[in-house]
Design a protein around this ligand. Structure first.
Ligand code: NDP
Ligand code: GDR
Length: 349
C-alpha cells in the first residue's frame, strides 16, 4: 500500500486530496496543527478510529515552523509521496504578517524538503515531493501566464511562494529529488475558506437571500481570476507525481473572469440584484494588487492529460447550493433563539 503525507490536510485542498488518495487505495497521513478549537471539520467525514482495521487515514500533530517534529514524522511515516499544501495562504493577511508568512511558506517548505532529502539519502528510497505553487507568483506579469512567464510577486505571500518554488527546483537539480511544483491558479469549492472572495460572496448572497444580512462589502471588483474547482486541481497534483520525471506545471481552466462577474453570476442565480446589496469598502483593497490572472494549461493538458471538468457556472451552482443550506440552518437556529448574529466577524477580508 502506497503511503502519502499531506501537510495542510485540514485545508480546502488537503481535504479533497485526502479523499482522492484514499479512494486510490493509499494510506494517508496528515499533518494537523494544535489548535484550541477543532480544525478538522473538512476531513471528519473521512476519519475512522485508528483501532478499526479498515482505518487508512492517520493524523499527526505538527507545524511547518517546527523542523524537528517534521523530521521525526517523515522518518516515522516513511512516505512514498509528500504533498506540501500547508501555508499561510491568505494574500491580504500576508501584508499584515509578512515575517510569519515567509517563515511558514518559504522556510517551512525548506525544512520539509531537507527532511525528505535526508530520508532519501539514508533509506535509498525515492520519495516524491509536491510543492503547492501558485499563480500569485506571476503577479503583475501579463496574461496568459504559462510555465515560461517570469515571476513578479506582488505580496509577501507571493514572495514566500516564489522562494519555496526555487527551493523545490534546487532540491531537484542539486540532489536529484523527485520534486514538482504545481503552479495552480485559483480554485474554489464548497469547502473554500470564508475569507476568500468567492466564498465570501456565496456566503453573503445566500444569507441576503434569506434575510440574514443586507449588504456585502468587497474590495477591488475589477481584479480578474482564472477560477476552477479544487476537486479537479488535486487530481493534477497526483498526476504530477506519477510521471517518469519530475517537472513543473501550470494548472488552470484557461478562462478568466472579474470579481464583479462572479458576483453577478451568484446574485443572478439567487434572483437578486447585486447592485442593491454590494458595496465597495476600501479596507479590502490591498497595498499591491494582482489585476489579471489567466492561465495557459496546455502543458498539463498535453503531458498529464489533465483537463478541468467543473465550469464556472457549475462552480457557482455547487457553492450557492451548499451555502444556501448553511444559511437555512442558520436561519432556523436563529429563529429558535439558539444563535446570535456574531457571524459578521467571519467576513473580514
Ligand atoms: P487553506 O488555507 O484552506 O489550507 C491551508 C492549510 O495549511 C490548513 O490545513 C492549515 O491548517 C495549514 N497550515 C497553515 N499554517 C500552517 C503551519 N504553520 N504548519 C502546518 N500547517 C499549517 O489553503 P488551500 O487548501 O486553499 O491551499 C492549499 C495550498 O495551495 C496552500 O499552500 C496555498 O497557498 C496553495 N494554493 C492555493 C490555491 C487556491 O486557489 N486554493 C491556488 C494556488 C496555491 P489549519 O486548518 O489549522 O489552519
Ligand atoms: P487570491 O484570492 O488573493 O487570488 O489568493 P482572494 O479570493 O482572496 O482574492 C481574489 C481577488 O478578489 C479581490 N477581492 C477580495 N478578496 C477578498 N479576499 N475579500 C474581498 O472582500 C475582496 N474584494 C475583492 C482581491 O483583491 C483579489 O484580487 C487565492 C489564495 O487561495 C492563495 O493562497 C492562492 O495562491 C491564490 O488564490 C491563487
Amino acid at each position: 500500500m502506497r503511503k502519502a503525507l499531506i501537510t495542510g490536510i485540514t485545508g480546502q485542498d488537503g481535504s479533497y486530496l485526502a479523499e482522492f488518495l484514499l479512494e486510490k487505495g493509499y494510506e494517508v497521513h496528515g499533518l494537523r496543527r494544535r489548535s484550541s478549537s477543532f480544525n478538522t471539520g473538512r476531513i471528519d467525514h473521512l476519519y475512522l478510529d485508528p483501532h478499526q482495521p479498515e482505518a487508512r487515514l492517520y493524523l499527526h500533530y505538527g507545524d511547518l515552523c517546527d523542523g524537528t517534529g517534521l523530521r521525526h514524522l517523515v522518518e516515522q511515516i516513511q512516505p512514498d509521496e509528500v504533498y506540501n499544501l500547508a501555508a499561510q495562504s491568505h494574500v491580504a493577511v500576508s501584508f499584515l504578517q509578512p515575517e510569519y508568512t515567509i517563515e511558514v511558506n518559504a522556510t517551512g517548505t525548506l525544512r520539509l524538503l531537507e527532511a525528505v532529502r535526508d530520508l532519501c539519502d539514508r533509506s535509498g528510497r525515492q520519495v516524491r515531493f509536491y510543492q503547492a505553487g501558485t499563480s500569485e507568483m506571476f503577479g503583475s506579469s501579463a496574461p496568459p501566464q504559462s510555465e515560461i512567464t517570469p515571476f513578479h510577486p506582488r505580496s509577501p505571500y507571493a514572495v514566500s511562494k516564489v522562494a519555496a518554488y526555487w527551493q523545490t527546483v534546487n532540491h531537484r537539480e542539486a540532489y536529484g529529488l523527485f520534486a514538482c511544483n504545481g503552479i495552480l491558479f485559483n480554485h474554489e469549492s464548497e469547502r473554500r475558506g470564508e475569507t476568500f472572495v468567492t466564498r465570501k460572496i456565496t456566503r453573503a448572497a445566500t444569507r441576503i437571500k434569506l434575510g440574514l444580512q443586507e449588504h456585502l462589502y468587497l474590495g477591488n471588483l475589477g481584479a480578474r481570476r482564472d477560477w476552477g474547482h479544487a476537486q479537479d486541481y488535486v487530481r493534477a497534483m497526483w498526476l504530477m507525481l506519477q510521471q517518469d520525471a519530475p517537472d513543473d506545471y501550470v494548472v488552470a481552466t484557461g478562462e478568466s473572469y472579474a470579481v464583479s462577474d462572479f458576483v453577478e453570476r451568484v446574485f443572478a442565480r439567487l434572483e437578486l440584484d447585486w447592485q442593491e446589496h454590494v458595496r465597495v469598502d476600501p479596507r479590502y483593497f490591498r497595498p499591491a494588487e494582482v489585476e489579471f490572472l489567466w492561465g495557459d494549461p496546455a502543458k498539463a493538458q498535453q503531458r498529464l492529460n489533465w483537463h478541468h471538468h467543473v465550469s464556472i457556472d457549475q462552480l457557482v451552482e455547487r457553492m450557492v447550493t451548499s451555502d444556501l443550506m448553511l444559511a437555512q440552518r442558520e436561519k432556523v437556529l436563529k429563529e429558535a433563539g439558539v444563535l446570535g448574529s456574531a457571524t459578521g466577524s467571519a467576513y473580514m477580508f
